[in-house]
Design a binder for this molecule. Sequence first.
Ligand code: FCB
Length: 469
Amino acid sequence: MQSPFPARFLWGAATAAYQVEGGWQADGKGPSVWDVYTNTDRMAENGETANIALNTYDRAQYLQDIALLKELGVNAYRFSLNWPRILPDGVGTPNPHGIAYYRRFIADLKAAGIEPLVTLYHWELPQALAEKGGWANRAVVDWFRQYAGVVFDSLGADVKLFLALNEPSTDLGFTAYAKQFRETTRREPVPLTPLPPAAFTWFPGARMVHHQQLAAAAAIEEYRRRGLPGRIAAVAMLLIPALPASDSEADRKAALLADGLMNRIYLDPMLKGTYPEDVVAALRDTGAALPIEPGDMELIARNRADFLGVNFYSGFPFAADPAATDNWGLRMTWQGSPADPFNGPTRPDLFTAVLLRLKDEYGNPPMMITENGAGFPGDDVLADGKVADAKRTDYLVRHVAALGDAIRQGANVEGYFHWSSHDNFEWISGYGRRFGLIHVDFATQRRTLKQSAGVYRTIIRNGGVGPPG
Ligand code: FCB
């Protein structure tokens, strides 16, 4: 069959700074909230930290990794910058060592023929700013604007693809989790980012969401002001199809609200210029209205992104639950089974559906799949120098095919970045959840290309056509 993928399609893989870099206190880097969650609070499973992680702050190490990316056959790589490595206190004087590290890394990637896609923020809020309220403080818009300006002044000429915020919903979901974790386990009081008491998993509050919208718009404004040659996205948006758990009217309403709180509250302002009415009304009812000030919607409208990053893992069923008064009267009903990936049931059909929804309801913006991938319990056993990750391989093949279907039906997608290139530190699950195409022995830093890596290489070589799924 003829490939539906455009000739100049970007075939990539992705990581994020905290999950791979290590060097957590190297060369004047300041602490991020994740350094504190893991080192002070011991929040991750088994008390693990990413202090060393994949040690890619070390050039000797990352050069090996770039060589592996070449072997994988990708023509693009998505990674993120660590905000307090560049600005140790979040604002103020930049750290020249941090900037030099990224400048060199970008040059090394490009020398290998790999196009960088650079995320400004993949959740490493500088601790100094968290202590001033973090995303709940409207000043975060200016903090982020300043940081973005420093990045664009130092790296802007070398990078063609930027992205401001990774998964804003998950970021705040983790912040809410960290708050709960701290409250239940710590003895001494620590400054906390204030959050509404009842945080829905992917929606911890109108105020924070609005600040994220403004911060992304401010970053885009800074980018354009400098007349730089590339393109910028506001978000890599985790899009989660919300399915009604049954045909009942109540469950359909619950799913619609979940969709509003997780997806539309981000997409609508960015792509349509307004917040969704039903969600605005629901927020008003809870007394937590969006803190929109004069000029805010204009800032967002003036700074439309050049493309949309889409992170897709799965979709979930939602049911009405009148007893869940602290959770918007709804409940996610997926129970999970051992055959399922960590991040939800395998649903390539919903991947196609999400992209067609963006085409039909949101004007078909240029899109980049900035994350898609899976980890399964027991799929990543290293035996005789090989990892036969059959489940990930199957997931990959089926999702690339689903993406091809969406493109064939007109979805405007320009690239696909598999999550992840390497096994890495998976936030609150630590090193126990692997998502990589490349296996990492975390004790020795030894890397091994998995079976899925070989299949991905074939897919890329064949212009997107893989073995039958
Ligand atoms: C996404 C995150 C990414 C990684 C994958 C598995 O939500 O953006 O950092 O943790 O999930």
